[in-house]
Design a protein around this ligand. Structure first.
Ligand SMILES: [Zn+2]
Length: 640
């Protein structure tokens, strides 16, 4: 069983942003999952260097283009390393192996009569490095680059007979509906094929930066025709037949949805012309927006993934991108949402579970857990979850796979609350029951960490070590519930200390920054486990507390306690009735900043509809003392 997958290769005119990182992270999750499932796996990534924009950027900096590309390669590699991307090979289009492959394929297509000399006249978007038809433009501009004016180009070029392959492409799509996923992308491409294909220009005249056409060396090969061939060049096309025969055709090309046409129309036609088999599948993922806007260096809506990884480590970012975005669709990154998920999924849930087990194992069993019982309902839940996880991961529903693994974690937390090991520990007659409960929790953690290994490789390796399960993982063997011998539980520092940062605070950045700053462990490992009536952070987050400003205040007639307030909550003004009239005069309240429960269902008090509840401490004889803030905060700010 082998599995060859690739990502798109990147232009090197700027550092990777979060959108670029998203693609590599998800491809890495797939590669790691395949390895876990027992496939011999090969993940190819790389850089696309023969771009005119790269050439221009190098010259602007007074650098030799190749030296510039060498420098960018190091930058890309260091970001991928920081994000724990486990690529097996990294191709650059300036490498000799790539040049050999490109010239071989171009020569084959030429020999077949599929490349001919012609004359091109039309629009060209320099930023896309793509020819554009009139119908592709919006108000005369490239829709992806609305700030640029496309160039009208008129030059003698070589053309590839793309039109010749339209029928074969349509037939391939009909026979292999899995060739392009998700469905929405396939429908777009089918429409395009049905409308008919035009031949495409595959060379640029008068340029120096690129690979010369073997049969007309005064022309360099158009950057897209060049770049696509990297997938074959990376496994030895034209340079190593044995390697090529082992890995080609690719099982999966992971690409952004904006370049599906190149990958599912142009690329397969090139392969047909060169008489090579087509890749099994092309998957067009969506975009990650940043605060609702398309990630773009030129639009200033860019986020450097290194900043996130430097502050939190790579795994929380990997988990966020995989679990919070439905794979194939678009998603959004905001610091607020990221920190919320970090606290909910990692600090308070998975991390806390691992700490609690270690604390109880130490306190009650000197860190050594012995198997007892069959696992019961927790084992059943784990078994069903593993099935769901595998089915989801096999069809690239990565978000469902990650969510499934968290269901085991939730079940283990519920199980602890139900079984109350701290009560069992008080009764000698319950000793074997306590053994069973602790062992079952350790086993649930082991399985969850196994399933999450592709998403959070280094954290899960550490968790597995702490539950006494090190060694190379195999899904078939290691995702099965087992009771095979004692487990030595290892205590350690909090894996994901709670993030105490304010929502809007940007990270300080810089690769040298320590992991998470000044954070304390949430529910401490050594704490007495007596959490029967505690609520989860999810429950707490349902209560929306906000800052409000009192605009008007008047006592409610015929009531001793009630005060009617008109308040500003940032987004609107509302009326709220509060039982504070015995402690505060109306004039003391106007202009004051208070805290309220914002999302309480309205209630009628003395015939007045109250929208929300004012927060106040109740002291001594029940006299309310309003919550106030240490410094001025604007109405509408969230309190938590
Ligand atoms: Zn463009």
């Amino acid at each position: 069983m082998r599995f060859y997958l690739t990502t798109a290769i990147d232009y090197v005119n700027s550092r990777p942003h979060l959108g670029t990182a998203y693609e590599k992270i998800t491809a890495d999750v797939i590669a790691r999952y395949k390895r876990l499932a027992g496939f011999e796996t090969h993940l190819l990534m790389g850089n696309d260097e023969h771009s005119q924009n790269v050439y221009k950027r190098a010259l602007e900096r007074g650098m030799d283009p190749l030296a510039y590309c060498d420098q960018m390669e190091q930058e890309f590699r260091s970001v991928w390393k920081q994000l724990d991307i486990s690529f097996d090979d990294f191709i650059r289009t300036t490498q000799p192996r790539h040049r050999t492959a490109v010239q071989k394929l171009a020569q084959k297509a030429h020999d077949k009569g599929d490349i001919y000399e012609g004359f091109y006249e039309g629009w060209y978007c320099v930023s896309c490095e793509a020819f554009k038809q009139e119908k592709d433009l919006v108000d005369g501009k490239c829709p992806l680059h609305p700030t640029l004016t496309p160039e009208w180009i008129k030059e003698k070029n070589y053309f590839f007979r793309l039109s010749k392959y339209r029928d074969r492409l349509l037939a391939h799509f009909a026979e292999h509906p899995e060739f392009l996923e998700p469905d929405v992308r396939r429908n777009e491409i089918l429409k395009l094929l049905e409308a008919g294909l035009e031949d495409i220009s595959v060379s640029r005249a008068g340029q120096l930066w690129g690979i010369p056409l073997p049969f007309a060396p005064e022309n360099v090969i158009y950057v897209w025709f060049d770049a696509l061939i990297c997938y074959a060049a990376g496994v030895g096309y034209g340079t190593d037949d044995a390697l090529f025969n082992k890995w080609w055709p690719a099982d999966l090309h992971i690409i952004g949805k904006d370049i599906t046409r190149f990958h599912t129309v142009v690329w397969p036609a090139m392969l047909m012309s060169a008489e090579l088999p087509l890749p099994q599948q092309v998957y067009g993922h969506g975009w990650v927006n940043f605060g609702g806007q398309r990630m773009s260096k030129s639009l200033g809506t860019s986020l450097d993934p290194s900043d996130v990884a430097a502050k939190f480590g790579p795994d929380p970012l990997r988990l966020y991108l995989v679990k919070e975005i439905s794979y194939g669709g678009d998603g959004d990154f905001t610091w607020e949402r990221f920190e919320e998920r970090y606290n909910v999924d990692l600090a308070n849930n998975f991390g806390n579970l691992v700490s609690r087990l270690a604390a109880m194992a130490e306190k009650y069993r000197q860190c050594r857990l012995t198997p007892a019982g069959s696992g019961g309902r927790l084992a059943e839940i784990a078994g069903a979850t593993v099935k769901r996880y595998r089915a989801a991961m096999d069809r690239l529903a990565l978000h469902e796979g990650a969510a499934a693994a968290f269901q085991i974690i939730d079940a283990a937390n519920d199980y602890i609350a139900e079984q109350a090991p701290w009560k069992l520990a008080k009764d000698a007659a319950s000793a074997s029951r306590l053994d069973e409960v602790l062992f079952n929790v350790a086993e649930a953690i082991r399985i969850a960490a196994t399933l999450l290994t592709p998403v959070m490789p280094s954290s899960c390796a550490e968790i597995l070590r702490r539950v006494g399960a090190s060694g190379e993982l195999r899904l078939d063997r290691d995702a099965t519930w087992r009771a095979d011998g004692a487990r030595d539980i290892v205590k350690g520092a909090a894996l994901w200390p709670r993030s105490e940062d304010k929502v809007d605070e940007k990270p300080i950045g810089g690769a040298g920054e320590a992991a998470a700053p000044g954070a304390t462990q949430a529910v401490g490992a050594g704490a007495t486990p007596a959490e029967d009536n505690r609520i989860s952070i999810d429950d707490f987050m349902k209560v929306e507390l906000r800052v409000a400003k009192v605009l008007e205040a008047e006592p409610v007639p015929k009531s001793k306690k009630l005060m009617k307030l008109k308040i500003d909550v940032g987004t609107e003004q509302r009326t709220i009735v509060a039982g504070i009239a015995e402690a505060y005069q109306a004039e003391q309240l106007v202009g004051r900043t208070i805290a309220i429960v914002f999302n309480l269902k309205p209630a009628k008090l003395m015939g007045i509809e109250s929208n929300g509840m004012v927060l106040a401490a109740s002291v001594g004889d029940g006299k309310p003392v309003l919550v106030s803030f240490e410094q001025e905060v604007p109405p509408g700010a969230r309190v938590r």
